[in-house]
Design a protein around this ligand. Structure first.
Ligand SMILES: Nc1ncnc2c1ncn2[C@@H]1O[C@H](COP(=O)(O)OP(=O)(O)OP(=O)(O)O)[C@@H](O)[C@H]1O
Ligand SMILES: [Mg+2]
Length: 334
């Protein structure tokens, strides 16, 4: 495995790196009933606030890995630990997701937002209703059945929609939106959950290149904003002060290089690369994907988004460094 570490990283460790991990996978394996070994002995640690890109060829196990975390797919063996929730919350300790019963799992899943390639919106509902569906795990059944959400949830949903440039579309039906707008709704719905972890499966696979970049930038920004403490004290959106980590499953290597803080390369269910985006040399890409002319695919190291910093465990640790540039035209262009 290509897994570079630096001796000095322990001294340069940022305050975030001393706090508990957002996610820990320990020797996770998945064999499907049909016999396919989709994941093999995968161990991974993700610090709070880290936006990690998962790359690898088709069938490498990327979706399986993401789905094993929240147990949409049951792992065959190994453990999944979700880090502690924000300070002062009722779940201050790390929990083992892989050991939870149905009820505990339902509660824990509130803290994990999922964003899908196909957006997974309810077409006939409005943008606002779709976003509020992110709150379903929190409100009593009668309220959700009557679609009566607490005013604070509605205010927060407006705030989040405003953040992603969709406030004026709140009352539109989901099926009246463009692909980029729909993915923004998907992101907003996940944020409305107030998650501690985002699991993102090919968020840009059905979008054009420009919209794809805008969506990746937005993901990166909302994760960074969630880390910036202020006194709003609510939500995982801007200024909530929570460490929002994300695992983003992505096929586009150049996009991953530009917007991810750390890259994990999977091949045939195993991690074959774990390091910074600028470590994706043609040799490493050959290790992940097999032989190809990679010279024209990778970006220069200087183009990678943010400033990844080495983490003692071989992971990269985000620190408040340069962010990818904000695209002012983002909302209007969609
Ligand atoms: N429900 C399933 N039943 C049986 N085998 C499955 C199932 N889902 C996935 N697999 C197999 O597990 C392996 C990993 O699949 P997975 O979908 O995780 O790959 P992936 O990296 O997400 O691929 P892609 O980039 O095409 O989405 C493949 O061999 C696939 O055929
Ligand atoms: Mg997949």
């Amino acid at each position: 495995m290509v897994c570079p570490t630096t001796a000095s990283s322990a001294e340069r460790v940022s305050p975030d790196a001393r706090s508990p991990l957002a996610l820990r996978l320990v020797r996770l394996s998945k064999r499907y009933p049909a016999g396919d070994l989709a994941l093999s002995d995968v161990s991974l640690s993700v610090p709070p606030g880290q936006v990690l890109g998962l790359i690898g060829p088709s069938g490498a196990g990327k979706s399986t890995l993401i789905r094993c975390i929240n147990r949409l797919v049951e792992p065959t063996s190994g453990q999944v630990f979700l880090g502690p929730a924000r300070p002062g919350s009722p779940a201050p300790d790390e929990i083992e997701l892989s050991a939870l019963g149905r009820r505990g799992l339902r509660r824990a899943r509130r803290r994990i937002g999922m964003i899908f390639q196909e957006f997974a919106l309810v077409e006939r509902l409005t943008v606002m209703e779709n976003v509020l569906s992110g709150r379903l795990g929190y409100v009593p059944f009668w309220r959700s059945w009557l679609r009566r959400f607490p005013p604070a949830d509605i205010a927060n949903a407006y705030r989040l929609l405003d953040r992603v440039g969709l406030a004026e579309h709140a009352d539109k039906r989901a099926d009246a939106l463009s692909g980029g707008q729909r993915q923004r709704v998907g992101i907003t719905r996940a944020l409305a959950q107030e998650p501690d972890l985002l699991l993102v499966d090919e968020p840009t696979a059905s979008l054009d290149p420009k919209t794809s970049r805008q969506i990746m930038r937005l993901l990166r920004e909302v994760c960074a904003e969630a880390n910036r403490a202020d006194d709003t004290g609510r939500g995982s959106g801007p200024g909530s002060g929570r460490g929002l980590a994300a695992i983003v499953n992505i096929h586009d290597v150049a996009l991953a290089q530009q917007f991810m803080m750390r890259i994990v390369g999977l091949r045939a269910g195993r991690i074959v690369y774990d390091g910074p985006p600028d470590g994706l040399s043609p040799e490493v890409l050959t290790q992940i994907y097999g032989e190809e002319d990679w010279g024209s695919t990778t970006e220069d190291a200087g183009h990678s988004g943010g400033a990844p910093e080495r983490h003692p465990a071989g992971a990269t640790q985000h620190h408040p460094g340069p962010e990818p540039p904000t695209d002012q035209s983002m909302a209007g262009a969609l």
